[in-house]
Structures are given as structure tokens and as C-alpha cells.
Design a protein around this ligand. Sequence first.
Ligand SMILES: [Zn+2]
Length: 692
Amino acid sequence: VSPTTADTRGATALVLAFVAVTSAWVMVEMVVGAPSAYAATLGLGLGAGLGLLHGLVWTALLYGSMRLRMPWRDVVRGAFAVGVGVWLAASLGGYAKLGTRNQGLAITALVASSIVAMALFTACRRFAPDAVAETSPRRTAFVLLGVMIVATIVDRTVFVGLHPSAHATLRGASLAAGAFALLRLVSWRPTPPRDAYALLGAVAIAGTAFVRLHGVDMPTAMWGNTMVDQAFATQRGLTDVDGDGFSALLGGGDCDAFDPEVNPAAIEIADNGIDENCIGGDATAPRVDVGAMAMPTTPSPRSVLLVTIETLRADHMGMYGYARDTTPVLDRWAEGARVYERAFTPGAWTSIAVSSLLRGVNARRMTWVPFAETDKGRLIPAGDAPMLERDERGVQTFMLPEPGVPTVATLLRRRGMSTAAVVDDRFSELLDASVGTDEGFEVFVDADVIVGRDPDDQVVDLALQTLAGLPKDRPFFLWVHLFGPHSPNTVHEGVPQFGDTLLDGYDHEIRFVDAQVGRLLEGATARDPALAWFVTADHGEVLLEGDRMHGMDLSIDVIRVPLVVGGTTLADGREPAVVSTLDIVPTILGVTETPAQSWLDGRDLREPPLLDRVVLVDTWHRGFDGALLFDLIGATDGSILLVLDIMRNATGLADLHDPTRTPSTIAADYDIEPLVKAAVGYRAAAPLIVVD
Ligand SMILES: [Zn+2]
């Protein structure tokens, strides 16, 4: 056997070993999740495609470099190892975080990446066909199988869902270990023409996935399976011709393979004749003609108070069973009111939640305008970096609604009620009149401009003054937004404290705002005894040790909110049915005898509750440059949450009360069809639209 023939046979065997290991792996993952012939062929095809890719890379490296003389062989292999190491270090933030307060993390990332690079280089030399003859192939095979198992376990147990590049490296290592082990255990080396047939066969099998997935909804077995995800990500990445992150093949959803401005994560620009986000053609901006709306001539029988509290978690309030006495005042008010045990916000950021809540529609049914936020809390027109001041840094981009879908204030004003808002958005401008939050309010008080920082008591003073200034002969609608529980924590003299941690400080802020809401409820009820009142939060908060956040995910900590409704015809007591804070607007219209509006997404809470209700919640995040970082739609029935990850074109499932359950175990014993229908239907009927 001449060396060249041996090389060809070895190279083919290496590629086939990768194809065999990868396709077996992906197929098993798919079949375990959803046993069917469809899942099996899809798994086989996806795995063969990923195996071919990995096999060709290793073959080119090991057999290609053999044509070079030493030391050039080692230079090529070393360059490959260093390249992977540098990529890994960069994606783990190893360079970007150097010299910041995360210096320790940066050094860890650099050290870990160097170890990966050295391991790769060693593997290249160890498994190169020109290496010293194997003395104990069976022992090496078992060591490699051990490496494969360890890499798989680490991939599935350590920082799951974080650091995608590190996890991709682990999966790559796992595949390579498996393929090299197989080569050691099986001595078969194909000869011509069988090698050509075998390779053609692998290509044909890989092609089945492309054919079978064209325009088909994906089976739930694919969700959250690491190797399946990897197979998709890699092959879609390779077929993403225009580089917009979406492939037109393999269910990638890109409806224009050659235009980077068109893909499922693009913002749909209304009425420009282009279907940017590949949903239902070009979107039309919603326009409601409030002026043409017929209203009753008799005055509303009730006034309405709506209190939204920043970042307030239901499970940190006494009435929801919290062990600490954080809300003694509201607990008393709740005794004569209806308390919703499973209420959800329509949005995980203030901008989404408040905009949706005030209009009673889910976020994607509105038209939005992007604003870039700086570290000074200023909002400037998106894409206008030159407007930054000296020492000012850009942080992120928020979107705020364009007029189109009217706020409840607009409707109630037309109804003949006095409408007023007292709004504290503290160091941000997200709820300022300048971005349109004052729509429909005759009186709009930007509280933080008047009283400065840390003023829940002063904001309530302002609200009571505002109320006193409203005409006495008309029922009123007053909206008050209190900022207190939002970070950072402040200490309030004379208010009970619970300890020194971040969580203790948060509870202290809740105790402070509780008393202020009580004063507000007293004042408003004194003004109009026929007062319907609503107390809720814009969204919750994730509380970690030393850190807190919202908007960044759809965990129950963020999407569950308190909702207490008093002074309506609703019976006092607890309501276990799932509701959304989008239900507040239809209920306000109901109690003020304002005609119900066809475009509203919520339901009047006075109607009998639906026992199988599915509610929707949106969150998205954009960088200062406007680039989309993530875009999620959640659908929940109060137990299970389904998340459409639009950017990754993936779907996830979570048990809201048991975060350890995996998507496949949930899908195996839970009817997720209503959640899928709600989320997919919402996505298809309501694209996210922006005015051009
Ligand atoms: Zn907020």
C-alpha cells in the first residue's frame, strides 16, 4: 500500500467516523424526545451534515498538513489551535473585560482558552496519521470515550444556557473524542470505489434534513437538545448567505436569502411595501380614529385610580404569602378587594409593560419608535451618537409607542372624564411627556422633575395635590406611577428594615411604598367614594446575590405581578385564574360605562374568568447602536411558559414553578399545544412594527 492510498483511506475513514458518531447522537436525542420516523430521519440528516463538516475540518488539518515538511506541519496545527483559543477567549469576554471590575473573570477566560488551545494542539499531534504507531489502541479508545462523556456532562450541567461558545467547544471536543475513539475501535478503512460511495451516501443523508425541513413546523423534540441545537446553528450559519443571522434553508425563516435587511429578527417598518420580518407581508400601522367614536352622554358612574409600582414582585407582599411584613397597609385594603393570585405583565421592561398596560394591547400590535439611552438616563433619537455629551456613554436602545392605538386616558377623556397622571420614572426619561407617555392626559405631572430623587412620599403628595386641583363636577381618571422598589435601594428613616442585603433593602423599599399607596388610596376614596382602584406593578425583578435585573428574561420573578382591584362590582376575595394586566383597560372601560373597544387584547375582569387562559408577554433588548440582542415572546397558562426566541429561531419551555425541568420532559407529559398556538398565532398576526 503506497502512502498516498493509505492517506486517502484514513482520511475517508475519519470523515465517516465523524458522520457516524454525530448522526447517531443527534438521532438518539431526537427520537428520545419524540419517537417517530420523522424525528429519526431528521436527526440522521442533521447529524450527518454536522459530522461531515467536523470530519472535513479535521481531515484537512491532519492529512492536509502531512504534505508539509516539519516544522511547517506543526505551524499549521498550532495556528489552528491558537485560532480556536483566540476566538473562544474573545467570545467569553477575555479581552473586553480586562481592566474592568470583572478582571478576575477575564483572566479565567484567558487561562481556560489557553488550556483549550494547548489541548487542541496536543490532539492534532497525537492523532495525526504520521504520529508514532499506536501501542495500545483499545486503551486510547476508552480514554477518548471517557473524554466524550465528561465533556457531555459538563456541557449539560455547568452554566447551561450561558457562554454559547464554551458550550460549542465542549460539544466539538465531545464529537471529536467520539470519532477518534470509533477509529481506534474499528479497523475498517474503505478502499475505492467504496470510499466514494460511502462519502456520497453521507452527503445524500445530510441532504434529507434540508428537504424534510423546508417550510415545516419543527417538532418539539428539537427544543433545547444540545446536539440538535448545535446541528441547526452550524448548518444554518453555513447557509446564511447574506450574513443576517438567518438561513433561508433548514427552517431558518429568512424570506430573502440575499438581503441582510430582511429576516425574522428585522423590525417591520410599517407601510413601506417591504416585508422586513418575513411575517404576513408589509405591516400596516394601526390607526384608531378616537374623534369618530360615539360616547354615552351620561357621566361615568365612577372615578378610577390606577397605581403602577416599579419592579414590585407579588411574592414579596404579605397578601401573597410573604413571610416578612412588607405590605401591612395594602394587605388591609386587599381584604375589601379582589386579589389576583396569578397575574402576569405583558412586558418585562417598563417601556413595554407600561405602554401595553395603558393601551390594553400586546406590544407587537403597536407601532414603535426607537430611542437610544445613555448612562445619564437621557433618551436621544436612535442612531444619533453625535448627540452624546462629553463623558456620556451610550447604554441601550428602548422603543416607545408611536400614536396609533389610543391610551385608556384618551378614551376616558373623550368620555368626558378628567384625566391626570403623576409619574415618577426617576433617573430615566422612559415615561416622560417627550416620548408620548402623556397621551390622553389633561394634566401630566413629571414627578421626578419636580421632587428629584427618592420621593415616593412626595410623589404621593403631588398626586393628592393634583387630585385636589381637578374639577369637582366630573369623575376623574388618575394614574400614578411610583418608582420606589426599583434599584438602587434607599434607606427611609422610621420605616422598618429587614437587614443589609440587596433583598433586605428591596423589602424595605416595598414597606415604604406600601404606606404611600395607602395614603393615595385614602385620599382618592375620600375625593370620590365611588372609586374603582387598581394596584399593580409594571413587572417583577430577578433578585440575585449582589445583583438585580429585569427585562433580560421571562422568568416568573419578572413576569408575575401583583394585581388588586377594589371598588368595582367584583366580589372581594382571591381569584386563582390566570389574568394579565392588559385586563385593566377593558375593566376600566366597563366600570366607567365606556364602550368596549374591538382592538383590546385583555378581558374585562368582571366577566367570568377563563380557566384555560393563556397570556402573552414580550421582551426584547437592543444595543445602543440599535442592534437586536434578543427578542422573546412568552406564552403562559400560569404553570408552563413557552418562549419563542425570534433571533435564534428557537423555542423553549419552562416550568414556572420548577426551573430544573427540561423542555423535553415538559413536552413529554404536558399539553403544550394551546401555548404554541397562542405564541405562534400572536407572532404571525402581530409583527413588531416601527414607523419609517
Ligand atoms: Zn419598570
